[in-house]
Design a protein around this ligand. Structure first.
Ligand SMILES: [Zn+2]
Length: 322
């Protein structure tokens, strides 16, 4: 594997024990150089490829009853605490009023993290991804799943507890495992190809690897075998784990595999797949990147694990053929 995957290079100490102590968190909140990143409605405040960092003065001007404040960790470069402030409970008007009053710079932009990933540095993208996963969890877990009472924040935003004193259930952020695989087959005359597919959810000429959620009661290897059969009707003969990538849109962990199959006769699931293409490494070298203006076949952008698996496979094939 060459370049590390985006969202896997976070330069924060999560301080998993210290963050459970409210007095320690209070001390971090009052330090002059603590970082406060800003999020609103699933977007982040970004300027010149960096997350915008509120000053202490700006932080003090914020109405703290209407925000979700989550401790992310300590920056490994400067040892300063890093928090994210989510203002999603504010209306558009309230957000604009805050924007003007706190004097955020005019050039600061609220950007959709998924679209901005490729513009951020690897470290910044990882911190923003971590923040996004926690914000998504807070927004979707406001009430107890057992008794329906409101949940209260614990551990600086890394746990919640039911406000009903009898129930008092503790809940923690969840991650949903997803298997994603590059499928390979060598035909009777020795030509090796990988399978890429057009998905119902994809746009235009984009083809990519197969992927699917791990079911309850299933190992990740079983999930790979099941997904390959369900989506394209192929029998798996070998499953090899390669790498993983957190994908916080909203809460997935992508688990990447290299898979070999017994034949190239596919039967596609039309609810999921529009078409499949068996491709050599040379074929793939002629494709364009996702989002290109041309009508050429496109493959996912370089920040995704799907592209990482495709590039890994091509590199592997070229080494084999040397
Ligand atoms: Zn409860």
């Amino acid at each position: 594997m060459s370049k590390p995957l985006l969202l896997t290079q976070m330069s924060l100490d999560r301080c998993s024990s210290a963050r459970k102590k409210p007095e320690w968190i209070s001390t971090q909140l009052t330090k002059p150089n603590t970082h406060f990143f800003v999020s609103y409605q699933g977007k982040f405040l970004v300027n010149a490829g960096q997350l915008v960092n509120l000053t202490r003065t700006q932080y003090d001007q914020v109405n703290h009853n209407r925000i979700t404040c989550i401790f992310l960790g300590k920056n490994l470069h400067d040892d300063q605490a890093v928090f994210v402030l989510d203002f999603s409970l504010l209306s558009e008007e309230q957000w604009q009023e805050l924007h003007n009053r706190v004097r955020l710079q005019c050039s600061d932009d609220l950007v959709d993290l998924r679209r901005a990933l490729s513009e951020l540095s690897v470290e910044v993208a990882s911190i923003a991804g971590f923040a996004n996963a926690l914000i998504n969890w807070h927004r979707s877990h406001q009430f107890c799943g057992y008794c329906g009472s409101p949940l209260l924040d614990k551990e600086a935003g890394h746990a919640k507890q039911c406000s009903d004193q009898v129930c008092a259930k503790l809940v923690f952020p969840r991650t949903d495992p997803v298997v994603i695989m590059i499928i390979e087959h060598t035909d009777e005359i020795g030509i090796t190809r990988c399978l890429l597919a057009g998905h119902q959810r994809s746009q235009g000429q984009v083809i990519s690897t197969l992927a699917g959620f791990v079911d309850p009661g299933e190992s990740i290897e079983e999930a790979v075998t099941r997904e390959v059969f369900e989506e394209v009707g192929l029998i798996t003969t070998s499953v090899r784990y390669l790498c993983s990538q957190p994908w916080p849109f909203p809460a997935s962990l992508m688990l990447g595999f290299h898979v070999k199959v017994s034949s190239n006769n596919t039967t596609i699931d039309p609810d999921e797949i529009t078409h499949v293409k068996w491709c050599t490494a040379q074929d793939i070298a002629s494709f364009s990147d996702w989002g290109s203006d041309d009508d050429n076949t496109q493959i996912p952008g370089k920040h995704s694990i799907s592209r990482y698996l495709i590039d890994w496979w091509c590199k592997n094939q070229l080494n084999v053929s040397k």
